[in-house]
Design a protein around this ligand. Structure first.
Ligand code: ADP
Length: 301
């Protein structure tokens, strides 16, 4: 793979997810300052972009500075942005992301958030030294990025790597993607909250379910284990198809205390051949930010 040095990253990045929008100023590959605000999932794309622009302005961004922007959803070959799960970012259904951003903040490289994170982890994080590597984010949804032989797998329709939309033996619900029983519909932060609500814990978001599990509440532990099992099965499936050397897990659910251990425990139930090595995303919550800027760097040459 083309060697990209983390120290070569200087500029700005933004990461728009279903729950939060983060932005950062990066110097020599280090996040110097990071700002974050809640995502308004119902807002249209122009409003989402205005929020990104506001964060970048506070960080001192000026047009012309290197800028990478990562977003949930797919970006197709025409640089049009579409939500895949229509329950998350519901107003984003084909929007000229790069050109609209360029008008308000200047030149920018746009990419999917999990693809960006996979790229950064492969170059500077948990995927270093791997030939075939995948990154999974367990966050509002379940996203993924695949790096094979150093190449980030991308497709003309922008769907490649959206591994949260494969079907799961544990899936029992419809998914906002239009598919039934996807990994996302059973393992994501949204799914954890929905399952808690179905069991009478209507106020519990995923963070509260983790807190309840930490206090020994069996209902909460069972929900989190269910999520971890679905993710472990997905990992074994991906390892079978792609011959992965390692899988890294990120996202606020993926990085939550004990989640990776639960995935490890669930993966240990698989026959040995399917137990790929697991790692925590080394760049933590900054993977997608650093990846977006790294992809910008690569595009700029
Ligand atoms: P995004 O999807 O916007 O990238 P995150 O990676 O932060 O954002 O994922 C958001 C999901 O993670 C939500 O479902 C939220 O409830 C859950 N979450 C946030 N913090 C925690 C935590 N400390 N422990 C477990 N779940 C968390």
């Amino acid at each position: 793979m083309q060697r990209l040095l983390r120290e070569s990253l200087d500029g700005f990045a933004a990461d728009l997810g279903g729950t939060k929008i983060a932005a950062a100023r990066v110097a020599r590959g280090i996040v110097e300052e990071r700002l974050q605000t809640a995502t308004d999932g119902k807002a249209g794309p122009d409003a989402q972009l205005a929020t990104i622009a506001g964060l970048l302005q506070k960080l001192g961004h000026a047009p012309g500075a290197p800028l990478g922007v990562a977003v949930a959803g797919r970006i197709d070959g025409e640089e049009s942005w579409h939500a895949v799960n229509r329950g998350i970012l519901e107003a984003v259904q084909g929007f000229p992301l790069a050109s609209a951003l360029e008008r308000i903040v200047g030149a920018v490289t746009c990419c999917n958030d999990a693809a960006a994170a996979a790229f950064a982890e492969a170059h500077f994080g948990a995927g270093r030294g791997c030939r075939h590597f995948a990154y999974l984010t367990v966050s509002t949804g379940v996203g993924g990025g695949i790096v094979l032989g150093g190449q980030l797998i991308q497709s003309q329709n922008g769907l490649a790597g959206h591994v949260g939309f494969v079907s799961s033996p544990f899936g029992r619900n419809a998914c906002g993607s239009g598919r039934y029983g996807t990994v996302e519909s059973t393992a994501a932060g949204r799914a954890i909250a929905a399952e808690a609500a179905a069991q009478g814990h209507a106020e519990a978001d995923a963070r509260a379910v983790f807190a309840a599990a930490a206090q020994g509440q069996a209902w909460a532990e069972a929900i989190i284990e269910g999520s971890a099992k679905a993710v472990a099965t997905l990992i074994a499936d991906l390892a079978t198809i792609l011959g992965l050397d390692r899988v890294a897990i990120g996202g606020s659910v993926g990085l939550a205390d004990g989640y990776l251990d639960r995935v490890r425990t669930a993966l240990a139930e698989e026959p040995e051949l399917f137990r790929v090595e697991l790692a925590r995303a080394e760049l933590g919550h900054d993977s997608a930010l650093l990846g977006a800027l790294a992809l910008q760097r690569l595009q700029a040459g």
